[in-house]
Design a protein around this ligand. Sequence first.
Ligand code: 5GP
Ligand code: ZN
Length: 117
Amino acid sequence: MAGEAQDDCLFCKIVGGHIPATIVRETETTVAFRDINPQAPTHVLVIPRVHYANAADLAAAEPAIAADVLREAKAVADDEKLDSHRVIFNTGAGAGQTVFHAHAHVLGGRGMHWPPG
Ligand code: 5GP
Ligand code: ZN
């Protein structure tokens, strides 16, 4: 069910400590860790501890936690001393989402192009 840890969810396993990750920040409601396949010098994922399939579902059900995710994305950018950064929520398989637990990608440390591919 939405909000509860899912046995088959990779990011729920990271939240639960069952799969290791390089965690850079933690709050009561969020965990931030380095992406295993970084696409930029800084590539950190910020996730809510609660399980929702994507950021839109999270925002609809738990807007305060969605705000926490955004606040932590900025905190990661500050920690990494990024002049600028990009926050991405891939939402749906067609947009490139592969892990169906809401997450923000925080990317920085290189030039970024627009529009993204
Ligand atoms: P999505 O494609 O769903 O927007 O993003 C999922 C991200 O999770 C990808 O960038 C992928 O590299 C990352 N990822 C997948 N498996 C793992 C893992 O086991 N550990 C970490 N740290 N990142 C992962
Ligand atoms: Zn999950």
